[in-house]
Design a protein around this ligand. Sequence first.
Ligand code: BDR
Ligand code: CA
Length: 314
Amino acid sequence: MPTPLYFDCDTGVDDALALAYLLNSPEVELAGIGTVSGNVSSAQAADNTLRLLALAGRDVPVAVGEHHPLAGDFHGGAPHVHGANGLGGLDLPAAVAAPVAEDAADMLLRLSREHDGALEVLAVGPLTNLARALERDPGLTGRIAKVTIMGGAALVPGNITPVAEANIGNDAEAARAVIAATWPIVLVPLDSTMENVLEEADRVRLVEEGGSLASAVGRMLDHYFDFYVTEYGRRSSALHDPLAAALAVGGVRAVLAPAVPVEVDATDGPGRGQTICDLRGQRPGPVDRSGAHVRVVLRTEPDLAPHLLERVLA
Ligand code: BDR
Ligand code: CA
């Protein structure tokens, strides 16, 4: 039986690649998708997601989630990374379906009751919807089997400030609440996502060998690859959201991932958005700290790109 999965995203180019991977993964069944403002607004992310689903000929309910972070206003997104529409500027055919009436937090709560103890959550955008769901019903934590989160930076620099990664830094209050809540969390930070890279030859294969969705994602990556030239010195891209998806599905393994105390800095100083992972005492070898509910994925195997291509091109 496939695992029921709630996918929370800010669709975005790498979110789109993660979605393409999930749709081709028999280990999970996408029970619902909630969107949140991050790379684009939550409404734009829902429209993007519905367009991608239409392209794949798949029908998954999509709920629009929170527009603003818990504190302050949505900053307008990351057009320099993901293009103005979040899909690298690619103009996809209009969506077939409309978003459902409930919001993303209510969708998550409903699914957690329908699949009590079995539902898994994969969050690859800011954690606003998850925080709202916890506010509405703190008992949510007891009904979820696992929460996989793409976010944070444990021992490496951030990507929107020297210490903050985008999904955490764009709603530090939400991230603080979600990571403090005692449900089993797998945190997939930049430490591991930046080590899993898609190269130009891989992108061309997506465009040329992929079906409608994979080929479109390959074209979207064209814009995304330009952004990563400053990071890697060549056109390529980090596989942030796809790595979190592959870990959630079991397509790659976490080979260095101690369970340790993690706290998110939600103060207004230069540390805002930092994921402070207590990795003291890990030098002799990975040690799970007693009572810690967050596993921090520092290294994965095997290399994600070949597995991702195999799945998405199937
Ligand atoms: C994360 O931020 C977003 O821009 C990406 O989609 C990914 O979820 C990487 O920091
Ligand atoms: Ca994302």
